[in-house]
Design a protein around this ligand. Sequence first.
Ligand code: ADE
Length: 234
Amino acid sequence: MTFTFVTLFSNLIEGYFGDSILKRAIEKGLLDIEYLNPRDYSKNKHLKVDDTAVGGGAGMVMNPQPLYDCLEDLQKKDEDVHIVFLTPVAKPFTQNDAKRLAKKSHVAFVSGRYEGIDERVIEKYADEVFSIGDYILTGGELASMVICDATARNVEGVLGNSESLEVESFETELLEAPSFSKPQTYEQISVPSEYLKGNHSKIRSLKFALSEAKTKFFRPEQLLKHKTRKSYEK
Ligand code: ADE
């Protein structure tokens, strides 16, 4: 699967792939990471890519021309490319989106800096627009890395151990049960004794109860969603 980052600041992103689980997947040829810089497409003699907002307002907005030409080029090279824009004015990205995007052959992320991107670019080229949460980042780069990471780990073979994808938070709306490593007792605190007894059906029941308790405490709306779905399935 190919990910293309359309950004003025590829250096913000490059380091991440040089040192992560994803590095191994790149070396194995499962993932390919590419970068496109809209500045390389600017027809302005000073290679400007942004300007003040028409109609007033604070900050600089990215101009349409460099992005139009850049994204036209991208689509010409691969007509299957799925173009994703990152902005706080969008639907929230979820685990279901990560799994869905992982089935695509090529996803491109377009990151805006400054006050954003000229809306005409989004209207013309966006297949999807995502926000990663209700807060404002200084640019879309971090958001694009979050979505790339969450998507890439769902690509077949990337994690190596496909089991780790099996019982994850959000797969059933519930948050995952707590995990423990060795030793069994550390600073006088033991892991739940049921985890040690080897009765897998009992361990599963306990994990489910802990999962529900965590979800009720941290994300009550998710628990409600889970219960509603279960009652529909009955
Ligand atoms: N750019 C700035 N803030 C963002 C957010 N919360 N999500 C996605 N892109 C953004």
